[in-house]
Design a protein around this ligand. Structure first.
Ligand SMILES: *[C@@H]1O[C@H](CO)[C@@H](O)[C@H](O)[C@H]1NC(C)=O
Ligand SMILES: *[C@@H]1O[C@H](CO)[C@@H](O)[C@H](O)[C@H]1NC(C)=O
Length: 141
C-alpha cells in the first residue's frame, strides 16, 4: 500500500469538486459502461477505483481516498487509518462522503445542495466533477 503524505496534496482537485448544474450531462453515463463515473446510490467500496487515462481515484483499504496521476499522489482526503472498509458515497444531493464500515462519516466534500440524480466524473484532465442530470425539487409522492 502506498503512503500518501499530506504535503503532496494539491488543492486543485478540491476546488474543482464543485456541483455544476449541467442539465445535459453526458447522456451515456451508466453504472456499468464506464469506470470513470460514480453514480449516486452506488458506493465505491474499499479497494475500488475510478480510472480515466493516467488518473486513478482509489478508495484505499486504509480509508484514504487518493487521486493518483501516473502513480503519483496529487490529492488525498487525508483520512488514512480513520476506519476499515471505508466507502465513498455520492448522496442524492450531490454531497460526497467517506463512511467507515461502522457508518461513521470521516470526510465530506461540502458540495451538497438540492436533491437530484448525480454523477461524479473523472474528467480527462483529472478534474473530479459532480454533475446533476435532473433535479427533482419538492417532489410530492
Ligand atoms: C488504480 O489504483 C489501484 C490502487 O493502487 C490499483 O489496484 C488499480 O490497479 C489501479 N488501476 C489502474 C487502471 O491503474
Ligand atoms: C471488512 O471487510 C472484510 C471483507 O469483506 C471483512 O472480512 C471484515 O470483517 C470487514 N471489517 C470490518 C471492520 O467491517
Amino acid at each position: 500500500m502506498k503512503n500518501t503524505p499530506s504535503s503532496t496534496a494539491k488543492s486543485s482537485i478540491l476546488l474543482s469538486l464543485a456541483v455544476l448544474l449541467v442539465l445535459n450531462a453526458p447522456a451515456s453515463c451508466s453504472s456499468d459502461s464506464f469506470n470513470n463515473v460514480l453514480i449516486s446510490g452506488y458506493p465505491l467500496n474499499a479497494g475500488g477505483s475510478l480510472v480515466q487515462g493516467k488518473y486513478n481515484f482509489t478508495m484505499q483499504h486504509d480509508c484514504n481516498l487518493v487521486m493518483y496521476e501516473s502513480e503519483v499522489v496529487i490529492w488525498s482526503s487525508q483520512t488514512g487509518g480513520k476506519g476499515s472498509n471505508c466507502s465513498l458515497v455520492l448522496q442524492n444531493n450531490g454531497e460526497l462522503f467517506i463512511s467507515t464500515a461502522a457508518g461513521i462519516i470521516v470526510w465530506r466534500s461540502g458540495t451538497g445542495g438540492e436533491f437530484g440524480h448525480f454523477v461524479l466524473v473523472i474528467q480527462s484532465n483529472g478534474d473530479v466533477v459532480v454533475y446533476v442530470r435532473h433535479s427533482v425539487v419538492h417532489r410530492h409522492l
